[in-house]
Design a protein around this ligand. Structure first.
Ligand SMILES: [Zn+2]
Ligand SMILES: [Zn+2]
Length: 237
């Protein structure tokens, strides 16, 4: 039984007629997670433990900083920073490790601990988990609901990042249908990519000294649209 908490947002995202329904879902999730981390989660001890342990990546700490909630952010950072210091203190920098081959040297242990601290982001992890549910539910709906499938095939497809994610999730679809669905997705993506490339090529031609600068024949943001098609949606200035 597929839960409606995933099917309803998917249908809504498709209805939005955006350039990538998964970027639309991910952007929404991201905003909700940032708001939660600096709001209601402050009162959730379980979340605080995870927040202190995992911290946030550069992209998400940037979003938190721009949210202009100075005190909640300072509270989050205060306890997370204490946890980082505790982890660093766990490395004995004076140990004579390395004499016996099995034991790691202080430099190796320190590198391992710091890489561990640097590689985790609570917001990224929570988004990834939910997005995996969305991509799996997407194929469930695509398989079961003819209308959903037809509407998707008439849509503007997805970005390359979510194209890759959809193909990975396609592994869960049984045998014969997998190749049919992959082919349909491939055809759609080729169509939108060719269109995007034509647009961005037309955009570069507008800068040709022979072209009539006054009359733009392509969208003025063709370069930005092509960028989000290839790399996923991003915040524009
Ligand atoms: Zn996307
Ligand atoms: Zn992150």
């Amino acid at each position: 039984m597929v839960e409606s908490i995933y099917t309803i947002p998917l249908t809504e995202a498709l209805d939005s007629r955006c350039d990538c329904m998964f970027c639309y879902l991910e952007d929404k999730l991201e905003r909700e997670q940032i708001e939660y981390a600096l709001g209601a989660a402050m009162m959730e001890p379980d979340f605080r433990i995870l927040s202190n342990e995992k911290g946030y990546c550069r992209h998400h700490i940037g979003m938190m900083a721009r949210a202009k909630k100075a005190l909640p952010l300072a509270l989050v950072l205060d306890t997370h920073c204490a946890e980082v210091i505790k982890k660093l203190e766990s490395v004995d920098m004076t140990s004579k490790g390395g004499i016996f081959k099995k034991e790691k040297s202080p430099a190796e242990k320190l590198s391992e601990v710091v890489s561990g601290i640097d590689s985790t982001c609570l917001v990224c992890e929570r988004i990834e988990k939910t997005m995996e549910k969305f991509t799996n539910t997407f194929w469930y709906l695509y398989n079961k609901e003819e209308d959903f499938r037809a509407r998707f095939l008439e849509s503007r497809g997805v970005c390359m990042h979510h194209f890759a994610k959809l193909l990975v999730a396609l592994d869960n679809v049984s045998g014969g249908k997998r190749d049919i669905f992959a082919r349909e997705l491939y055809d759609l993506q080729m169509k939108v990519l060719q269109n995007e490339q034509n647009e961005v090529h037309g955009f570069t031609k507008q800068f040709d000294y022979r072209s009539d600068k006054g009359e733009w024949k392509v969208a003025k943001d063709a370069h930005l649209k092509c960028a989000s098609r290839l790399s996923g949606s991003f915040e524009r200035e």
